[in-house]
Design a protein around this ligand. Structure first.
Ligand SMILES: [Zn+2]
Length: 161
């Protein structure tokens, strides 16, 4: 039976598999298997063509399944330098609200100390906040208003004509 979610247990732990064999085993295209290697499936060092051990395949596919169940990694923000979704330091994040439906969540990466961000819809914050302690900051039209005083001197001259 062709399944969209390959069963990790189809791979025998102590066997080694070529790209073609993995494709046949899980009924996926060779290119899909190559993508799995790029996404982190561990290849056996120094083997040409690329081979993988059954236990590595199992591990990779199980991990993928687990990630699919946690949509968009709630409570995490992707850190570019660390190349991994991180739980912000102290599980604290700030939601900067730029409009009713746009904003971003920012926190501090616990590993490298950099600021990390992700775009969010403030109305749907419940689906991404996980168990983070989120504070909200509204960036509103008020910021636009503060530019007015400096404009006055110039416009005064214009009025005299
Ligand atoms: Zn980091």
């Amino acid at each position: 039976m062709g399944t969209r979610h390959p069963n990790p247990k189809s791979a025998k732990i102590h066997r080694t598999y070529s790209v073609e064999e993995i494709g046949r085993l899980f009924r996926v295209h060779k290119n899909t298997v190559r993508a799995w290697f790029r996404q982190g499936l561990k290849a056996i060092d120094g083997k040409r063509p690329t081979m993988a051990r059954g236990d590595a395949i199992r591990e990779f596919l199980s991990e993928r399944r687990a990630q699919a169940k946690r949509p968009s990694g709630s409570g995490r923000i992707y850190c570019l330098p660390c190349r991994t979704p991180q739980v912000p330091a102290l599980k604290m994040a700030e939601c900067i609200v730029t409009s009713d439906t746009t904003g971003f969540l920012q926190g501090i990466c616990p590993d490298c100390g950099r600021m990390i961000y992700r775009r969010v819809n403030p109305q749907k914050i419940g689906t991404v906040r996980g168990d983070l302690d989120v504070t909200f900051t509204q960036l509103g039209p008020r910021i636009v208003d503060t530019t007015e005083p400096s404009v006055n001197c110039d416009s005064g001259q214009g009025d005299q004509q």
